[in-house]
Design a protein around this ligand. Structure first.
Ligand SMILES: Cc1ncc(COP(=O)(O)O)c(C=O)c1O
Length: 371
């Protein structure tokens, strides 16, 4: 068979996961899986929530609409937009990644600008779809070239991956507004934001004034449901939404109905709201302690947090991937998150800080004792 090759490698984190599992099996010692991008402090407790789901209903057992179930889109409208958007602007996807991949294909732009340090999946999705790439190294420099970006798109994420850094909302809003006014498409991909806030957060509502903005979100991080593969895309452009529905219909035939009903129940029932709020409270408390500890121990690479605040769920550590691995800590080298600064990035690593505080301290204290 002749194959149309993408020449794209599988994500580095899969390789690291395999390596750590093997080392752990060989040595019988515990390793920390901090290479992953998932909240691992606690699981969201779904036991009371699933009691509200009728598994024998036709809603679960038959095809959902290609743009997603209206009930879930309504629940998202209430939860994220205070009921101020129209559900025709919301499309449900099988996680954040398919939303990103489809949105990148739909927007007719000359190229997409990514941050110099970015989640590798963006660039790989662009490579597979033959979309041209460019990069920006700071908001200040991006602002300087706004007139050149008329027929382009810019990706913004906050808190970002790999840094886990949070900018001031006012600053991000102002930047999006400038780009939007210029006719530049903005992909706002911030699936980590809602780990740290809930319905009271009105940022998405404020973004509703933007015409060229695509909000990309996922329940993998904020609800700890990466296994359910569910996310959503919001855009005010009707043609964009039509194309999204068409692509979802013919590439997926609709997104898992059980996952959609589960998330709807998390937003609309008392049991669901409690499960979400307990999950976030415990998770954020440990993340906060972990970041404080890493900062106070001088392990965080402060040079990456001059204009933003380390928030989670990731942080950049002043140690290479190999050094961390010697100390039984899984991580991903920062060099895997950049195309243009690989050499200088190799001495840093990204770790996930969403794990039990006691565990994180145990492993990093041991590493520092050995110095
Ligand atoms: C920045 C960013 N965006 C989007 C996603 C998509 O997540 P998922 O496809 O699991 O919903 C991830 C996952 O790691 C991510 O780091």
């Amino acid at each position: 068979m002749k194959i149309k090759k993408t020449n794209v490698a599988l994500p580095a984190i899969h390789e690291m996961g395999r390596k750590i599992q093997q080392l752990s099996a060989e040595t019988g010692l515990e390793y920390l899986f901090l290479q992953r991008g998932i909240n691992s402090v606690v699981n969201i407790d779904l036991s009371e929530v699933v009691k509200n789901i009728d598994f024998n209903s036709k809603e679960i057992q038959t095809y959902p609409p290609s743009q997603g179930r209206a009930e879930l889109r309504e629940a998202i409208n209430n939860e994220y937009f205070d009921g101020k958007t129209d559900i025709s602007c919301i499309s449900i996807c099988g996680g954040g990644m398919p939303g990103i991949d489809n949105a990148f294909q739909i927007a007719d732009v000359r190229k997409i600008y990514l941050p110099v340090y970015h989640w590798g999946n963006y660039h790989n999705a662009m490579k597979i779809r033959k979309i041209e790439y460019d990069e920006y190294d700071s908001f200040e420099n991006l602002k300087k070239i706004i007139p050149e970006l008329k027929d382009c798109a810019v990706l913004l994420g906050d808190p970002g991956n790999p840094f886990g850094n949070k900018y001031d909302d006012a600053e991000i809003f102002e930047l999006i507004k400038k780009l939007d006014d210029n006719g530049t498409v903005v992909f706002y991909d911030s699936p980590y934001r809602r780990v740290f806030c809930g319905k009271a957060d009105n940022f998405y509502q404020r973004l509703l004034e933007m015409d060229n903005l695509v909000i990309l979100d996922s329940f993998s991080k904020s609800l700890g449901l990466s296994g359910q593969r569910l996310g959503f895309v919001h855009c005010k452009n009707a043609e964009f939404n039509h194309e999204m529905a068409v692509r979802l219909a013919f590439a997926t035939n609709g997104t898992n109905a059980f996952a959609q009903i589960l998330v709807e129940k998390l937003f609309t029932t008392e049991e669901g709201k409690k499960a979400v709020s307990d999950f976030k409270a415990t998770t954020v408390a440990e993340i906060t302690k972990n970041i404080k500890y890493l900062k106070e121990s001088g392990l965080i690479a402060n040079e990456f947090y001059n204009e933003s605040v380390p928030t989670g769920i990731f942080a950049i550590i002043n140690a290479s991937e190999d050094k961390l691995l010697e100390n039984r800590i899984g991580s991903v080298s920062l060099s895997k998150f950049t195309l243009s600064r690989k050499e200088e990035a190799a001495k840093y690593s990204r770790v996930c800080v969403s794990i039990e505080h006691k565990k994180l301290v145990e492993f990093f204290e041991r590493m520092m004792d050995k110095k």
